[in-house]
Write a protein that binds this ligand. Structure first.
Ligand code: FAD
Ligand code: NAP
Length: 313
């Protein structure tokens, strides 16, 4: 069977695309998601800027009903990793890591982004043994203990606030003296007594023993070193887009991307390849918000309905 639409990625963008395509009348739509649907927001302890959702809610709780709502209209979920998307004539082929392929008339890709590594000594060796990129997942291991957070954007600050509720102290280490975050979040950081700001400083080395991390050496802009004896180091220094499925056998991209690998789209989420739409965090100029990723999914979903209709009729 040839799918009307293959949706790659089951975050806010992919799930909303699934809702709009199926509710809009397309019968054969499958979402290919390698894990549990929901996307990266499920790693967030709290989201307070999704319109209409008030009160304290975790990313996991926000996303919980989304897949069920799509399934009600007929969206299918294939829990598999997509390795490559190719196109011949009017047909796309979805290559999967179980060595099978699926064909589709259209594709909406929303594979999001992944946490970037900072690049200090010991980071890779101690990853998962004290170095982490997920406070919701690992914060509880450090209940009542001191931890370090690296980064100065929204993610670092919000996760530092979350960790401050669990841990005895949070060292927030940032390479500049100004944060790249919402003013309200910065205010909350400054008002939180057990967060110590360590500005104009970068991590130099994380070290440990057989049990895991025992400390972090940081270096300030004057070249001075300081050792912070913490068992946990959380890094939040931005993300890289997941565009690997667009890379062809010869190393070129299936559609146009910019220098950072973000997919170039127009305001209807069309890529340079007819029938291929890109949504959410992976597209150019993405606001990197749940609400905008969902909006992209809706736009692409509506476009796909017209595209498939014109192609087949
Ligand atoms: P993602 O959410 O990244 O989803 C992509 C999905 O694709 C994932 O489920 C992944 O498993 C899947 N996938 C990737 N590659 C493949 C493949 N090859 N095959 C199959 N599946 C694949 N935004 C807000 O609006 N408010 C907030 O408060 C907020 N807080 C955040 C806190 C944290 C800690 C983080 C990390 C992000 C936060 N964001 C917040 C940003 C928000 O999570 C993202 O903008 C949003 O999730 C992007 O949605 P997406 O659908 O584009 O991608
Ligand atoms: P980001 O905004 O790109 O911030 C990354 C931070 O890490 C910056 O402060 C940067 O420093 C620092 N950094 C980068 N590389 C570094 C390195 N090698 N060493 C030390 N520090 C380094 O990333 P993000 O915070 O993950 O946010 C990503 C996107 O999601 C943003 O658009 C953000 O607004 C959005 N988001 C929104 C919310 C929300 O709306 N509530 C929550 C989370 C995320 P510089 O400042 O010096 O560049």
């Amino acid at each position: 069977m040839i799918l009307d639409c293959a949706i790659i990625g089951g975050g806010p963008a992919g799930l909303t695309a699934g809702l709009y395509t199926t509710r809009g009348g397309l019968e054969n739509v499958t979402m290919f998601e390698k894990g549990m649907p929901g996307g990266q927001i499920t790693n967030s302890s709290e989201i307070e800027n999704y319109p209409g959702v008030t009160g304290e809610i975790s990313g996991m709780d926000l996303m919980m009903p989304w897949p069920e709502q799509c399934q009600k209209f007929g969206l299918k979920h294939d829990m598999v990793e997509v390795t490559r998307i190719t196109k011949e004539g009017n047909l796309f082929t979805i290559h999967k890591n179980d060595d099978t392929t699926t064909q589709a008339y259209s594709v909406i890709i929303g594979t999001g982004s992944r946490p970037r590594r900072v690049g200090f000594a010991g980071e890779d060796e101690l990853f998962g043994r004290g170095v982490s990129t997920c406070a919701t997942c690992d914060g509880f291991f450090y209940k009542g203990k001191e931890v370090a957070v690296i980064g100065g954007g929204d993610t670092a600050l919000e996760e530092a606030l979350h960790l401050a509720k669990i841990c005895s102290k949070v060292y927030l280490i940032h390479r500049r003296d100004a944060f790249r975050s919402a003013p309200n979040t910065i205010k909350r950081i400054k008002n939180t007594k057990n967060i110590e700001l360590v500005l104009n400083s970068v991590p130099d080395e994380v070290y440990g023993d057989a049990m895991g991390v025992t400390g972090l050496r940081i270096k300030n802009n004057n070249g001075e070193f300081r050792d912070i004896k913490v068992p946990g180091v959380f890094t939040f220094v931005g993300n890289d887009v997941n565009n690997q499925t667009l890379i062809q056998e010869d190393g070129s991209f299936l559609c146009d991307v910019n220098k950072s690998g973000e997919v170039i789209v127009d305001i209807s989420m069309n890529t340079s390849v007819p029938g291929l739409f890109a949504t959410g965090d992976m597209r150019i100029a993405a606001p990197k918000q749940v609400v905008s990723a969902a909006g992209d999914g809706a736009v692409a979903g509506l476009q796909v309905i017209s595209y498939v209709d014109e192609l087949l009729n």
